[in-house]
Each structure stands twice: as C-alpha cells, then as structure tokens.
Design a protein. Structure first.
Length: 128
C-alpha cells in the first residue's frame, strides 16, 4: 500500500507566499487571462488559490461571479478567507486537487494558479 508522504509544500513557507504575492499583479493577470471568459453569474474554480488574490480581483470587477478557491494549505486558505471576508460570493476549501469533494460540472471557468504540475511523491508504508 502506498500513501502520501508528509507534505513538504513550498507554499507553507511564508517567504514563498509573500514572494508570489508580490510578483503577481492580480488585476493585470485577471484582465489578460480571464476577463474574456467571465460573465454575470459564472462559476469560477481556482485550484491552488493561495491567499485568494486572483479571486479578490475577479470579485472586484465582477461582483456577481461566484467563485471557489481550493488549496491544500490550511494557512493559505485562512489568508484567503481573511482577505475576502464579507464577500458572500467567494468560498474557500482546504483540500487536495485530486480529491476536491466538490460537485462535478458546476464550474464555467477553472484556473490553476500556484500548484505543481508533478504528481505527489509517494512512499511505501510498512505493514504491521
């Protein structure tokens, strides 16, 4: 039997989260890559949402869009919830993208932000 090793997730390091947040202009990113796909009432899924800055930019320009942010890091989800507090159209879920626990076929737009393209490392567990 294989199981996921303990997560050495780079986004758990606050320095990396700060670096990426400073590097990204969420308004420009949203306008360049997403704006043409958004419309009133659309449902957006952000996988690897980190601290939720892209979804905050989407909500500022399109307050009628409903958005779900997903991240494996509880710390980043906590930050995202704080930064988007008071916005009833945005929710954040702490989960693995391989097992989101969300209904299928409900999102009109999905984006992958700060997440790896490689499969997770696995280690063999010893049977007892």
């Amino acid at each position: 039997m294989t199981e996921l090793s303990s997560i050495d997730y780079i986004m758990e390091d606050p320095r990396e989260a700060i670096r990426l947040e400073r590097k990204i202009d969420p308004q420009a990113w949203m306008e360049k890559y997403l704006e043409r796909f958004l419309y009133p009432g659309s449902e957006v899924l952000s996988v690897g949402c980190g601290p939720g800055i892209i979804l905050r930019a989407i909500s500022a320009l399109y307050p009628e869009v409903r958005a779900t942010g997903l991240d494996i890091s509880a710390k980043r989800i906590e930050q995202a919830r704080e930064r988007n507090a008071g916005n009833p159209h945005v929710q954040f879920v702490c989960a693995d993208a391989h097992d989101m626990g969300l209904p299928s076929a409900i999102f009109d737009v999905s984006i992958r932000e700060c997440c790896s393209s490689t499969p997770p490392r696995r280690k063999k567990s010893s049977k007892k």
